[in-house]
Design a protein around this ligand. Structure first.
Ligand SMILES: O=C(O)CCC(=O)C(=O)O
Length: 275
């Protein structure tokens, strides 16, 4: 659970970090499961497996329901919680991959101001490894102008980047140990640099929203009710996989990914299917 000062820091600054969630053994078991899948398919996840991946991996579908993840999320967005998406953010050791400054509000087609991202470290996410950095308070301002810059090392779908000047001196790093997570409001400007460390930087983000949220760009979208009730039914119910790559959930994942890509690339020049 978060204490009062962490909740008020989240309201004022738009983030809270670090939150200790998984024990050392738990997180290394998860990392092994993920790396076994990668090893079986040329050493990496396929681009299409990065997003809506709670439909593909049983351990991730368990993680989005873990009370240690949901208790702090409930303190920030209330007792009824939908999980909209999960995304893997894997930077190989020494790789130039980066994430430009952006606000997710601009791209996800979600109507709510109260969507939050819980970002879980599955390996060390130090400053050297390219942990996330945030611009405190930007979740309370307007959605800033972005440009699509399509850099090949940028892990964002369209290389989108805030095109107004941000004062880097005000950025705050959120280093995490394996098994810790940060939570930020999805309007908060955030970014991360390359991984200059010796280990891979492996993270998975989980995006939670209250059930009154609507998808206002796409015509169809899905979510999982992970706590409380959904009296609105704005999102199709995602199936719960019984095992990794459970065929009905994999089929649903294909449909969900297509719909998500339509939203994420809406208005873009092209779709290079990074997700
Ligand atoms: O993994 C990162 O460094 C950034 C991830 C991100 O942009 C997000 O979770 O919204």
């Amino acid at each position: 659970m978060l204490d009062k000062s962490e909740v008020s820091q989240f309201e004022k600054d738009g983030y809270v970090s670090p939150i200790s969630v998984l024990g050392t053994d738990e997180v290394s078991t998860i990392r092994q499961k993920l790396e076994r899948v990668e090893a079986a398919q040329d050493g990496a996840l396929y681009p299409g497996q990065r997003s809506k991946s709670f439909l593909l991996f049983k351990w991730l579908n368990d993680l989005i329901r873990d009370p240690r993840v949901l208790d702090p999320v409930e303190q920030l967005i209330g007792p009824d919680i939908l999980l909209w998406n999960t995304i893997f953010w894997i930077k190989e050791a020494g790789a130039g991959s980066f994430i430009s400054w952006h606000q997710d509000t601009r791209y996800w087609g979600l109507s709510s101001e109260n969507v939050v991202t819980a970002w879980m470290a599955l390996s060390p996410a130090s400053i050297e490894a390219g942990c996330m950095k945030v611009m405190p308070g930007t979740h309370r301002g307007e959605v800033l102008n972005h440009e699509d810059r399509w850099h090949e090392d940028n892990m964002l779908t369209r290389g989108q980047e805030i095109s107004v000047d941000l004062d880097e001196n005000k950025a705050v790093f959120m280093p995490l140990e394996p098994g810790q997570m940060s939570i930020h409001n999805y309007r908060l400007a955030h970014a991360s640099g390359p991984n200059n460390a010796a280990d891979r930087r492996i993270g998975v983000s989980m995006h939670f929203m209250p059930p009154d949220t609507k998808q206002i760009v796409g015509s169809w979208d899905c979510a999982s009710l992970v706590r409380g009730n959904d009296p609105y039914g704005h999102f199709a119910t995602a199936p719960v996989p019984e095992c990794d790559f459970d065929p009905p959930a994999v089929a649903f994942h294909e449909k969900a990914s297509k719909a998500a890509n339509e939203v994420l690339y809406a208005g873009a020049e092209t779709n290079d299917a990074k997700l």
